[in-house]
Design a protein around this ligand. Structure first.
Ligand SMILES: *Cc1c(COP(=O)(O)O)cnc(C)c1O
Length: 299
């Protein structure tokens, strides 16, 4: 569903903006994480695997989604979680508590070990410990994930001049790039500071109709400040659309900043992808509370 946004700024600049509500496609496996898991789960089943194993941080949307998908589609799930100190605190972490309720088993590893997550010897160790499993990389990005994200855009979406999306690993953006029309431009808003994203995207993307809009990461991955929190709360009051603080909030802030700067030509139409991530608000609010910052409104 594409939801049109109306604000004084958009009207004044002559810009049409709609939000594709991918956050609503599944109650427990929302947004791009559903798209990225879809063909991986089909392959896992075809291979006769009954267990999914993946990696993530303490507030990972991917961990939450994989746990819920496992429960819904009949797979056991194992989450390799960054940070041994979380071991005794899972019930105080909303993301891990949710994943556990969905039946995920955890293995907490040090940051040093977590960095080895792509090493063959590390994975061989996991196979010795857990037996056979279907491995999904951290963040869920691989070729099958990109294929799933190629299904985000519908035929009717080819009328938009711009397609905008938040970027973590770039898997979702790659799927959008591959399915967008030649006349469209795909803009990615990185949620992290300085990375090898361009290379990663080039690995999966089959077209050059895209660009990364740097400078809207608010200091780095999962960093937030009062400006961003207030923006997210105001946007929700104005439009009824909740945004998450790690990805979609920063993307929307960036889009509207570019509108204000006159980046988009008068009469342009923009489709912003709401990739979900709302499960992360509860965890982020605990951090904000500790820092004495305003909280993100929840229903
Ligand atoms: C994971 C995630 C992203 C990033 O997706 P990539 O394919 O890794 O770039 C964007 N938005 C939300 C809400 C996410 O959870």
């Amino acid at each position: 569903m594409n939801q049109d946004i109306h604000t004084a700024l958009l009207q004044q600049k002559g810009i049409r903006l709609a939000v594709k509500r991918e956050d609503l496609i599944h109650p427990l496996i929302p947004g791009n994480k559903y798209r990225k898991l879809k063909y991986n789960l089909i392959k896992a089943r075809d291979e006769g695997s009954d267990t999914l194993l993946t990696f993530g941080g303490a507030y990972s949307n991917h961990i939450a989604a994989t746990a819920a998908a496992g429960r819904e589609y009949g797979f056991k799930t194992i989450g390799i979680i960054r940070g041994e100190e979380l071991q005794d605190r899972t019930d105080r972490n909303p993301t891990l508590r949710f994943a556990q309720e969905q039946g995920m088993d955890f293995r907490f590893v040090s940051r040093e070990d977590f960095r080895k997550k792509q090493d063959e010897s590390f994975i061989a160790g996991l196979r010795r410990e857990f037996g056979r499993f279907y491995l999904i990389p951290e963040g869920g990005t691989n070729e099958l994930a990109v294929k799933g994200c190629e299904e985000i855009l519908a035929p009717g979406d080819s009328t938009y001049d711009y397609v905008c999306c938040a970027v973590g690993t770039g898997g979702t953006l790659s799927g959008l790039i591959n399915s967008a029309g030649d006349q469209q431009k795909v803009l990615g808003f990185p949620a992290l500071k300085g990375s090898f994203l361009n290379e990663d995207i080039c690995k999966f993307a089959r077209s050059g109709n895209w660009q990364l809009m740097e400078g809207f990461h608010f200091g780095g991955y999962a960093r937030v400040d009062e400006t961003l929190v207030r923006f997210i709360n105001d946007f929700r009051k104005q439009t009824g659309i909740p945004l998450d603080p790690v990805y979609t909030g920063k993307m929307m802030y960036g889009i509207l900043a570019l509108v204000r700067q006159g980046y988009f030509e008068n009469g342009a139409s923009i489709l912003a992808i709401h990739t979900g991530g709302l499960q992360g608000i509860a965890g982020m609010n605990r951090t904000l509370e500790r820092k004495g910052l305003p909280l993100i409104d929840k229903d």
